[in-house]
Design a protein around this ligand. Structure first.
Ligand code: ZN
Length: 491
């Protein structure tokens, strides 16, 4: 061994030793405590719980389905509105109630002080349909609103009627106690969230803009307590959505001359389109840790097993390992990159006829940092075939802005969680689905997403799924949370 090698080897060893000290030092020096301390000042509401649950179940019995591109019918929405006005008479007598757009509801609870920015509590009235292929797998009628085994069963119970009805229940109870908000509280209940919100949430936002309303924050669905959904972390976590991915579908289309299948060209419309689809799946958007997910990992770090904590605390060195590891599950992957989901594919009419056209759709959920334009650019570059026509769909949402980690709204959500669920860590996170909250960016400073449901790997399957239902205890949690949140924000 010559001298240079010896010196080089020694230097390398020293460098590795220094690196190990830094990496382990950062891992062990992970700040504690992660568990938020209990905060006083919480007196639960007392009310007739069985009657409240029955009022909620009644709303589940009323079908308000957004079907494909159609919002619920006016008749269905009217029936829900008159039911709500019967069940919550004080709210309807005291608050201003307006129908906006296609049956969306805007309640205005005027505050004593007009100088404090108002707040907006959101929910949506519509539900997804019940897939007729799975109808026989429902244990009960999807619109039974049955209260059994500690659960209120039915389509829309979880998404999103528990949130909507509990907000009104909380307000009704607070009114009975003589509560008067300091700042104005709006309840904004969209009517077509499940098809994008164009005739519901967007109509309310337009009206608020027209009136010059700018809220401190909106609080919508999109976050919850989870248990067992974060690999390696035990116990409840309060996941609060502070940002949301964008949305775009792209239609790929190939035209061909067709003709008889006895004399085909080397490639058919189907072959050309298939090649483009394979390329798109093989060339996913690059992964990166955007700021919301980085904030989530920092909050979780003290709870993670040693190797994961080491990677999180040493992202400067192990960032790409972390991204690779997190990308291994669909949920983790969705937080790491703009996802590519090939969702429709159709071509051909008969076994001996060459197709004249082949069509497919690819749905992208856009990570903050990417844009509708950058995704479209990526598709063109990857497909790289002039025979494939690429057309973006009409519904295009850029990723939402990220609400500030030190915002007033997040502080209020955090405080309320600490009061009603002491000891549960509050974790900011990126919502990978789509909610109505993103429409409210022009009329609010913060957009937050949290409903106090408890999700486990089993109960989360009920979301948009078979045997949808919300536990009675979670419904009552929703009422208590909404009341305490209003007292904290506007008391
Ligand atoms: Zn929803």
């Amino acid at each position: 061994m010559n001298k240079w090698l010896k010196v080089g080897g020694g230097g390398l060893l020293a460098a590795v030793a220094v690196l190990a000290v830094v990496v382990l030092g950062r891992t062990w020096a992970t700040p504690k405590p992660v568990v938020d301390a209990a905060v006083g000042g919480y007196v639960p509401l007392t009310f007739d719980e069985a009657a409240a649950v029955e009022r909620f179940a009644g709303a589940v019995r009323l079908s308000t389905v957004s079907m494909g591109d159609a919002p619920p019918s006016t008749m269905d929405l009217d029936a829900l509105h008159s039911y709500l006005s019967q069940q919550f008479p004080q709210v309807h007598a005291t608050l201003q109630v307006e129908q906006v757009g296609h049956g969306a509801l805007l309640f205005t609870w005027k505050g004593k002080e007009s100088t404090v920015a108002p707040i907006i509590l959101m929910a949506h009235q519509d539900t997804v349909p019940v897939d007729s292929n799975t109808r026989d797998r429902w244990t009960r009628d999807p619109w039974s609103g049955a209260v059994a085994d500690g659960v209120v069963w039915g389509r829309g119970a979880l998404d999103d009627k528990a949130s909507l009805v509990s907000t009104l229940e909380a307000a009704e109870q607070l009114l009975k106690q003589g509560f008067q908000p300091r700042r104005t509280i709006y309840f904004a209940f969209g009517s077509d969230e499940e098809r994008g919100g164009a005739q519901g949430a967007v109509a309310i936002v337009d009206l608020l803009k027209e009136r010059g309303v700018h809220a401190q924050f909106v609080l919508d669905e999109g976050g919850a307590y989870t248990n067992g959904l974060m690999p390696g972390v035990a116990g409840d976590l309060a996941m609060v959505g502070i940002a949301e991915k964008g949305y775009m579908s792209v239609r790929l289309s190939v035209q061909a001359n067709g003709g008889h299948s006895s004399q085909p060209l080397p490639q058919s419309a189907i072959g050309i389109l298939s090649q483009a689809m394979v390329r798109l799946e093989a060339n996913q958007s690059p992964g990166h840790l955007e700021p919301t997910t980085a904030a989530m990992l920092d909050t979780l770090a003290p709870l993670l097993p040693f190797p994961a904590r080491m990677a999180v605390r040493n992202r400067w060195l192990l960032g790409s390992v972390l991204i690779d590891q997190l990308s291994k599950t669909p949920a983790g992957n969705a937080m790491m990159r703009t996802t590519t989901a090939e969702t429709t594919f159709s071509a051909g009419i008969k076994d001996n006829v060459l197709p004249t056209v082949a069509n497919a759709t690819v749905n992208f959920r856009i990570l903050p940092g990417d844009t509708v334009a950058s995704v479209l650019e990526h598709v063109r570059k990857v497909v790289a075939d002039p025979r494939v026509d690429i057309t973006p769909g009409e519904e295009q949402n850029e990723p939402s802005p990220t609400s500030p980690l030190d915002g007033e709204g997040l502080a209020l959500v955090r405080r309320t969680i600490q009061q009603v669920a002491p000891g549960v860590p509050v974790v900011p996170y990126l919502v990978t689905g789509a909610t109505d909250a993103s429409h409210y960016v022009p009329v609010s400073t913060e957009q937050l997403r949290f409903v106090p449901y408890h999700f486990t790997p089993v109960t989360i399957e009920r979301f948009h799924g078979i045997n949808e239902g919300v536990s009675v205890s979670d419904y009552l949690n929703c009422v208590q949370f909404a009341a305490q949140f209003m007292r904290n924000a506007a008391g």
